[in-house]
Ligand binder design. Structure first.
Ligand SMILES: Cc1cc2nc3c(=O)[nH]c(=O)nc-3n(C[C@H](O)[C@H](O)[C@H](O)COP(=O)(O)OP(=O)(O)OC[C@H]3O[C@@H](n4cnc5c(N)ncnc54)[C@H](O)[C@@H]3O)c2cc1C
Length: 364
């Protein structure tokens, strides 16, 4: 008999959602987290935006899991009284040359079965958001913002209520196949070996390193990791100008530097996309110049000196600069093992659906 039905590596939004999906099916589950709290990785350094699902290519995991995940997420947040605001999103064209990109997004939204999207002209966009500069926009009412940490605490509560456990300060060191599934080696103050029927790697930026530690996982199935840093600037001394999320048309590799008003009323702009070669979360104040330029395209009223460096997050990208942006990778090619790679945006929105997908693929 194995000690557990499932060991999950990583207690970010995705590992917690996978733990919830398995625990509620009656599986005995333990999550190993190397940091001293849950959600200390990418899940704490993002935009906390609930995406409707317009942006993702036909038939991709991102398209399906974002739409399914978003629907499940709103229901979960409601049921667990986690703060969120379905404030809506305007994706704006600020010049005529950007209108075809909006048309493409609108059609992609229809293909992806995204509810509540309509085309509006510049006058209607300004009627909704008087400080906005736009010649046309898509109005997506299903988009919103959420308290990501509150969400992860609620998932932790669900896992524990179903008999599961989350062990902090416990890095995954490696795993060997066994008769039952896997023997998992964990470090920390009390190093141990745990036997499990199934192993799930949901380690965000650490996924590739974890996969390299699994004896029977083929090295050629481990995708190269690229670090896509996203910097944010906060608005200081000026009232948040818009109630809705404001996005430009997407840029290659990301959704584009956007505006959001968080649940505390703070207005922020970001993230941009900066490929880096090591994890570094410092925001270079010199990047402000490009933020002023980008933001003033849709908000000409941004005063000089109002942007201040805020925070940064790093996307676990599977493509480098100028390369095609790929899909989430959920690798289930080895029996009893699921490795998640490249869970960048919309990974937070998709997390509950990713958890369900992991459970389904493991046949639980
Ligand atoms: C700048 C930015 C903006 C984003 N904005 C959005 C957004 O608005 N909406 C959206 O839907 N998505 C967004 N995303 C994507 C979203 O944040 C991620 O997809 C999601 O948080 C990934 O969760 P995760 O659990 O896979 O990773 P993480 O949250 O990083 O969790 C992985 C965990 O594994 C742990 N770990 C790593 N190695 C080991 C090991 N060896 N042993 C034990 N534990 C280990 C880490 O400590 C970490 O806690 C954004 C991402 C970024 C970077």
């Amino acid at each position: 008999m194995a000690d557990f039905d499932a060991v999950i590596v990583g207690a970010g939004a995705v590992g917690l959602a996978a733990g919830y999906a398995l625990a509620k099916r009656g599986q005995s589950v333990v999550l190993l987290e190397r940091e001293n709290s849950i959600g200390a990785g990418i899940s704490s350094r993002n935009s906390e935006v609930i995406h409707a699902g317009l942006h993702y290519p036909t038939g991709s995991l991102k398209a399906r899991l974002c739409v399914e995940g978003r629907r499940a997420l709103y229901a979960f947040l409601e049921a667990h009284s986690v703060a969120h605001d379905k404030c809506g999103k305007l994706i704006v064209a600020t010049e005529d040359s950007e209108i075809p990109a909006l048309e493409d997004l609108f059609r992609q939204g229809e293909i992806n079965c995204v509810e509540g999207v309509r085309r509006i002209d510049g006058a209607e966009a300004r009627a909704l958001e008087p400080q906005l500069r736009a010649v046309a926009a898509l109005d997506s009412v299903e988009s919103g913002v959420m308290d990501a940490h509150g969400y992860m605490l609620a998932l932790e509560g669900e896992i524990e209520a179903h008999g599961g456990a989350i062990v902090l300060n416990t890095p995954f060191l490696g795993a060997s196949p066994s008769n039952e599934g896997y023997d998992v080696r964990a470090g920390g103050e009390a190093p141990m070996t745990i036997s499990t029927r199934r192993l799930i790697i949901a380690a965000g930026l650490g996924a590739q390193a974890c996969a390299r530690g699994i004896e029977n996982f083929p090295a050629d199935r481990i995708p190269e990791l690229h670090l896509g840093k996203g910097n944010y600037f906060a608005l200081q001394g000026v009232k948040a100008p818009f109630a809705r999320l404001i996005y430009p048309p997407p840029i290659p590799g990301a959704l584009g530097t956007h505006y959001r008003r968080d649940l505390g009323g703070v207005a922020r702009f970001g993230p941009d996309l900066q490929f880096v070669d090591h994890e570094d979360y410092v925001v270079d104040p010199a990047r402000a110049a490009s933020f002023y330029e980008t933001v003033r395209r849709f908000w000409p009223g941004l005063p000089d000196g109002a942007l201040t460096p805020d925070y940064a997050g790093i996307r676990p990208k599977l493509h480098g600069p100028g390369e095609h942006q790929g899909d989430f990778v959920i690798d289930d090619s080895v029996e009893n093992l699921t490795c998640l790679f490249g869970i960048e945006s919309p990974g937070l929105t998709s997390s509950l659906a990713i958890g369900e997908e992991v459970a389904r693929r493991l046949g639980v």
